[in-house]
Design a binder for this molecule. Sequence first.
Ligand code: G3I
Length: 356
Amino acid sequence: MKIYKRLFAVTLLLLFAACSKENTVTTIPYITPEESDGVSLKSSAPFPWGAAVNVSLIKSNAAYRALVEKEMSSLTSENEMKMSRIRSSQTAWYFTDADYIVSFAQEHNIRVHGHTLIWHRSPAWLDTYQGDAAAWEAMFKEYIQTVVGRYKGKVTSWDVVNEAINEDGTLRTSIWQQKLGNDYIARAFQYAHEADPGALLFYNDYGNEYSTVKREAILALVNSLKSRGIPINGIGLQMHTRYNQSDVNLANAINSAAQTGLKVHIAELDIAVNPDNNQSLTFTSSLAQQQADKYKFIVKTYNAIPKAQQFGITTWNLTDGDTWITGEYKRPDWPLPFDSNYKRKAAYQGILDGLK
Ligand code: G3I
């Protein structure tokens, strides 16, 4: 009798496992950084592989820090090098967190990409800053040159201007554009170059893959800077994208950026699987696989552009537990190559496949 009960229990378990297979996320076996299997994104990619990092996690979370050390050859500070952190008031300059990130990277032989000098999401004090045109120009120049100068020789590259173009291709009316005029973009590059002639300077924006109008405006802007002899070295494609974005659109974004002849940085990659904000979505193995295929396509396409233009690929943070998307859109999502337990997802294998 006992043996029948056991057989019944085993059959039930097997049936349950078969039924729930569709809802089981595919993860390849996790190897902790300590038990390295010798595979890492940084050793697999022929170009720098990076992630945006969060300073408090680097400081307080050993698993997070170990993952950065094991997998990344480049890093971007997700927030600590923004003006809202570095100069949150006219008189308050704060470099402690940015310095920490730079020292951590140096200690581990990781490249630092600086993000970002001039952005429309600027600290509130700028909105009430009193000053004539000359004072604005001096303050703008002082900010850029203080930050770039401080990290001269330590920060390899900068997003000098971030997100200056609107969805319809026009120039965004940020506080900078209003106070300094449309050519503030060119002057930001010139000031940054004066402060560190060795730094590689990027224009960074989103939308190249989903909007032809915006893409063409971004390309026109960088081509015009280039033809005027403004010191621009690269174009950053943020690429906050989604699992069902078409391959054609993704390839157009990457290949058209490469046609500028500039270096191309896929600078903020993540692939949302819940773009429709479904509050009850679960991360099925089917979604995991579609996401992995999209990672593979992006990496494969990028790997085919001329080597000299491959500045690198950077994901926007590391794990599904640290992504900005869940906070910003108040929805469940799983956009990154590692899950919230620091385990490799199918997406990780997708990246490796794209590098083959
Ligand atoms: O650290 C404070 C915390 O002390 C406070 O309690 C909390 C309350 O709101 O805010 C925390 O700061 C937030 C910070 O993220 C850290 O989580 C800020 O409010 C929030 O505005 C900030 O959002 C960042 C956002 O840029 C604005 O700077 C996101 O983390 C960051 O991922 C996002 O990154 C941008 C890129 O710079 C440019 N491209 C788009 C990308 C995504 O929006």
